[in-house]
Design a protein around this ligand. Structure first.
Ligand code: DGL
Length: 265
């Protein structure tokens, strides 16, 4: 009997699709469950205590319900705060998403990197540690943006995005002392790669963007190497933790990622 257990992706909203996309491309036979914690959205403005309490409990329920072979926490905020708690609570492989500061430091010529995440992520000691270990000779500037999270949700729901909203948020990095020297931006929130085209247009000069998506896809492929997959994977499921008025508007975007069944937890 083929192993039909899915790979489960978890985020507060649609951001984790930027992680699911590269993984699904690498493992086209993987059954997919994508969970958006719409009842808890957004995470970036919450306290550490709220996230550390909410995420492991919810993932415990989800693991029971969907019996995944592996869980990807496709959210930097949840990963930088709660990854260890989740690993301690669940007996299955958990892959987290952490700011891609290492590849950014490898790519930067000006030795000035911008880290764009949620307010909760950019203040984490985890980020200080990554910067010290992998970008010790770089200036690492950080900006926390809740607006970009909302703009990514709006874009996937089919709404038009005003370019000046993006420029305003990027200026949170560029207007810091030394900000004009940034040549690599770390998208340290999984929502932000969904706006990469808009960000490139707003920057208007050479800029590299890095995020964790491709590295996570390789990690999931490595951890599931040798496992059995169904010959015909079932349609992917998108699960919202609260009935969400945006679910209908998001349906076409979810379908582009192979998520054709929408349900509420
Ligand atoms: N997508 C999430 C992240 O990677 C958080 C967005 C939010 O809910 O604030 O940090």
């Amino acid at each position: 009997m083929a192993d039909r257990r899915p790979v489960l992706f978890f985020d507060s909203g649609v951001g984790g699709l930027s992680v699911l996309g590269p993984t699904a491309a690498l493992l086209p036979q993987a059954p997919l469950v994508y969970v958006a914690d719409s009842a808890g959205f957004p995470y970036g403005t919450k306290t550490e205590a709220e996230i550390a309490a909410r995420v492991p409990a919810l993932l415990g329920r989800l693991a029971e319900r969907y019996d995944p072979r592996l869980i990807v926490i496709a959210c930097n905020t949840a990963s930088t705060i709660a990854l260890q708690h989740v690993r301690a609570a669940l007996d299955l492989p958990i892959v987290g998403t952490v700011p891609a500061i290492k590849p950014a430091a490898e790519a930067s010529r000006t030795r000035t990197i911008g880290v764009l995440g949620t307010a909760a992520t950019v203040r984490q000691p985890y980020v200080d540690d990554l910067a010290a270990r992998f970008a010790g000779d770089c200036t690492v500037l950080r900006h926390g943006s809740a607006a970009l999270v909302e703009l990514a949700e709006a874009k996937l729901a089919g709404q038009a995005i005003a370019p000046e909203r993006i420029t305003e948020e990027l200026n949170g990095l560029f207007h810091q002392p030394g900000g004009e020297r940034i040549d690599v931006i770390v998208n340290a929130c999984t929502h932000f790669p969904l706006l990469e085209a808009e960000m490139r247009a707003a920057v208007g000069r050479a800029m590299s963007f890095v995020d964790g998506g491709p590295g996570i896809a390789r990690r999931v492929a490595h951890l599931t190497q040798g496992q059995d997959w169904p010959a015909e994977p079932p349609p992917g499921r998108a699960v919202f933790t609260a009935r969400d008025h945006r679910a209908d508007a998001l349906a076409p975007a979810l379908a582009r990622y192979g998520l054709r069944r929408i349900e509420t937890l």
